[in-house]
Design a protein around this ligand. Sequence first.
Ligand code: ADP
Length: 257
Amino acid sequence: VTQKLLLGIDIGSTTSKAVLLDATGSLLAKVLRKTGHQPRAVALALREELLAGRDAGADAVSTVATGYGRAMVEFAANTVTEITCHARGVRQLHPEVRTVVDIGGQDSKVIRLDEAGLVQDFAMNDRCAAGTGAFLDVIASRFGLTLDQLAELHSTNPTPLAVSSTCVVFAETEVVSLISQGRELNDVLAGVHRAVARRVATTVKQLGELEPIYFSGGVALNETIRRELELALEKPVTRCREPQFTAAWGAALLARD
Ligand code: ADP
């Protein structure tokens, strides 16, 4: 008998992720690709890459799709919202979690879980780029920095400058003008990180900031944002294991149920 494989696919606005678990929920493989403008093709490519070389007939794979482009995953048996999938994924990796802070490429979400791990409440910001990875991406490319270079900022101990614009387009102008006034790039970048973290922290506070708090999404790879969240909340914020894969992970687990 071939073992059932569980496939979770998260078509994000910026990055698409896929996780393959065995029937017991153990990780077999994971992959990530830019979503670009062809989410259908990306979904197929992710599946192909994960199943390559595995003895898996069509019946042997159960797929759940999530994320902003989940409707584009034509071969999925089911689609589930990102809120449910993130909650499920983070709870699997960190059973004690009560608050998930997820910052992705174009949105941020805060999810509160009850003691049993069920979603109690959530807030999502997908209207304003200032509290998302998009702000960091715009600033990084403006100064020709990779995301890793941007995230390494914490090693230099900068003094964050105020970045007060609430819109990314204006904030970029503000940042450029700080540089032209002779301010240190690192201090300006520190201000950008602080602005993103404070924006998200406001939402966390509104939702009750129940501990322990775990940080997921691609932006959780940025250590400066994690530290700034802790400063703004005055509470520990822990980077989730596999932070960029939590929704895909949750989707795979939901493919079993
Ligand atoms: P989505 O699901 O919305 O597509 P993700 O959760 O995959 O988004 O996060 C994408 C964001 O993660 C990017 O906009 C980028 O800012 C950030 N990111 C990705 N890789 C890194 C990295 N190595 N260091 C810091 N930030 C990163």
